[in-house]
Design a protein around this ligand. Sequence first.
Ligand code: PAF
Length: 285
Amino acid sequence: MADSLDIVRSVADLRSRVQYWRDQGLRVAFVPTMGALHDGHLSLVRAGLELADRVVASVFVNPTQFGPNEDFSRYPRQEERDAALLDGAGCHLLFAPTVAEMYPAGFATKVSVTGVSEGLCGGARPGHFDGVATVVTKLLLQAQAHLALFGEKDWQQLTVIRRLVRDLDIPVDVVGVPTVREADGLALSSRNAYLSDGDRKIAPALHRALQAVAAGLREGKSASELCHRAAADLLAAGFLSVDYVEARAAADLTPLDRLDRPARILAAARLGGARLIDNIAADPA
Ligand code: PAF
């Protein structure tokens, strides 16, 4: 285990550590993760250090956001490595609860965000955003930080979290942090570890497909045609299947066909043993 990064496993210990800092007038940032950390997660810690005096990260592979045939059991778990990376990035505290701490016997509550949870990943992964919304609500109430940071790579997740924080009056500022990419455009993701060497070479086609849609929208073309072509290009590049390629309004994920508001182009597709997701912005001139 890392020498200097403190790890707490109970909600009571987390709360008392954060309360101690708050009593000293310090600002606290919170970075929820499922571990298997990469530079995208560390960019959240770095952004937290810019905005606050103390940064708390959590590592919890949340069972309720995985479907029955998804990768919960094989999701990479590497707490010692994660703790060392967080320590190196300047994080002050790691909250790493057990499943029993998060979901004690008798647990019976679900947070469900309508509208923005529907379609896209919510359509392809039924129940996923209920699991995310429930665990994030719990984590935010447990940590009681001033701000919480989430990656823009999961744009729909970020939109769901902004909605639930507003709807439930949770006193925290939600901060979105831009996606970190490899030099060839592939968005960093813990699930990139599932890619074979051959699939890794194909994977940047996802980002290129999004860029092609964004460029076409800026030229005034229709989103539905552009997205249809992008999905075909992904299959031609070697992706096994495409869950969706869509253009949506950036703020509330309502569908759009022309670039008449700030948009997000979002896609999810399967490549080898991985389901990759990505999105980029497309703004009107
Ligand atoms: O983005 C993630 O890693 C997870 O969905 C989150 C927000 C930590 C909730 O489990």
